[in-house]
Ligand binder design. Sequence first.
Ligand code: HSE
Length: 305
Amino acid sequence: MKTIRIKSPATSANVGPGYDIFALTLKAPWDEIVVSIAEKPGITISVSGNNSPIPCNPSDNTAGLAVLELLKRKNLSIGVDIHICKKMPSGGGLGTTGASAAGAIFGLNKLLDLKLSNNEMIDIARMGEVASGGSPHADNVAASLLGGFVLVKSYNPIDALKLEIAEFPVVLAVIRKSQRTTRGFITYEIGQEKLKDQMARCARVIHAIYSKDIREFGEAINVDHIAEPVRSAAIPGYAEVKKAVLNKGAHGFTVSGGGSSVIAVCDKCDTEEIARIMRAGFADNPNFVDVIISSTSNTGVSVME
Ligand code: HSE
């Protein structure tokens, strides 16, 4: 049996205005994905280290679905064992499901020496996202695979660009979603003014990354007219916590990925106080899991020794 052990980092998708096209790689948390070639054809999935139920049926699991897609595209009839060793809290909004799919495809690419390009791996891994959010969005899997800040330049064909990003602190409140996905409630009819503001903010995010300006970055991600209105409405206390965190000096605050987790970007000296505000603000929410202080990272999936 050939085996490989992969470290797959968490990601924060959308990054304010970049719905389905932006994602940020985080230094922590991360999951371990162990991929093995088995003797008998078929996919088996096992999970350890987590209390939340994660489906082990391959077609209901993001890694399983991505591997099914890979085997179909490459016309392979082999056996694959995937063990997901959860170290991240299952949320939503930390890209944990995308990290599993990214790790499994990266690992199989190495084990089988398939020589897939990054965009091919992203295109295959994103199919796994159908199991979690019902849509093959590429933002989370791209960031988990590539590291840094990822911009999906094209969906047809898939083309993702990694921008190296200055390492800056982030504080996340991990909050579980009360429903599988809120994508169906998002409206794209936002009107001319909001559309222009959304596009300007996307441009500002990219400019801030190039100029390594965390303040500009934070201000740009602070408003999103597409996903934030829908998702923040399902997070009790969101507006109050956002206001308190920004008053404390955070540069930006938004919903992380598909929610209900939230992310703040701030200076290092403010992380503890912002973590305290988030903990107090979300303490009464039964879906609140934990607060994590982390940072951005330019490292995507990697092989563990
Ligand atoms: N772009 C995705 C969304 C990320 O907002 O639904 C979450 O998986």
